[in-house]
Design a protein around this ligand. Structure first.
Ligand SMILES: O=P(O)(O)OC[C@H]1O[C@H](OP(=O)(O)OP(=O)(O)O)[C@H](O)[C@@H]1O
Ligand SMILES: O=c1cc[nH]c(=O)[nH]1
Length: 176
């Protein structure tokens, strides 16, 4: 696949993350009961960035955890080795507002799996969703509450979010 365009550079990612952090604080009237959960791979470094920004703005830390949704995917071939229950982190999310964080929202299947993984951790008060890119083409009734950038795409294209922490650079590119 070839790069067609750079749709966000480092500054644009930074600004969008800052805005999303503000929106999370505004929607929840503070962050007292907010927990951030970053879907691996790139939702995790993004969630850490959001938690740092929220701390800068509000002066208080929000708990932040990584989520591995591998075993919860609807295309995961279950066999005898598949665990019945996966503990992603040791923290009680009961009555908390969970903000799921991911880099790209596409069909919505990853988020569906993440919701399953979250309810295995406990019963949150509610769950919100933050994504850096919404590229459309949903296959499930899932939508994001906080969106860095809406990018209309064709199904043959691919969005590649590259972050310093995982890829050594900060940009979002569209490939075909
Ligand atoms: O809405 P969906 O159709 O589920 O697509 C979005 C998901 O796909 C990508 O992850 P990928 O499977 O490439 O794994 P990675 O994050 O580990 O690279 C992306 O990071 C999202 O998590
Ligand atoms: O990272 C992803 C996931 C789904 N679709 C994309 O274009 N990119």
């Amino acid at each position: 696949m070839k790069i067609k365009a750079v749709i966000m550079d480092e500054k644009a990612i930074e600004r969008a993350s800052f805005r999303i952090s503000h929106e999370i604080i505004e929607k929840n009237k503070g962050v007292e009961n907010v927990v951030l959960i970053g879907i691996k791979t790139r939702g995790w470094p993004l969630s850490l960035r959001l938690s740092n920004k929220i701390e800068e703005i509000e002066g208080s830390k929000v708990p932040v955890f990584p989520l591995d949704i591998t075993y919860y995917r609807d295309d995961y071939e279950k066999d005898d080795r598949a665990p019945l229950y996966v503990q992603n982190f040791d923290y009680d999310i009961k009555d908390k507002t969970v903000v799921l964080v991911d880099d790209v929202l596409y069909t919505g299947r990853t988020v569906r799996a993440a919701l399953d993984a979250v309810v295995d951790q406990g019963r949150p008060k509610n769950v919100e969703l933050a994504v850096l890119i919404d590229r459309g083409h949903r296959e499930l009734p899932i939508r994001a509450d906080f969106i860095g950038k809406n990018v209309p795409t064709s199904r043959t294209e691919r969005i590649s979010v590259q972050l310093e922490e995982t890829d050594g650079t900060n940009q979002v590119v569209i490939k075909e």
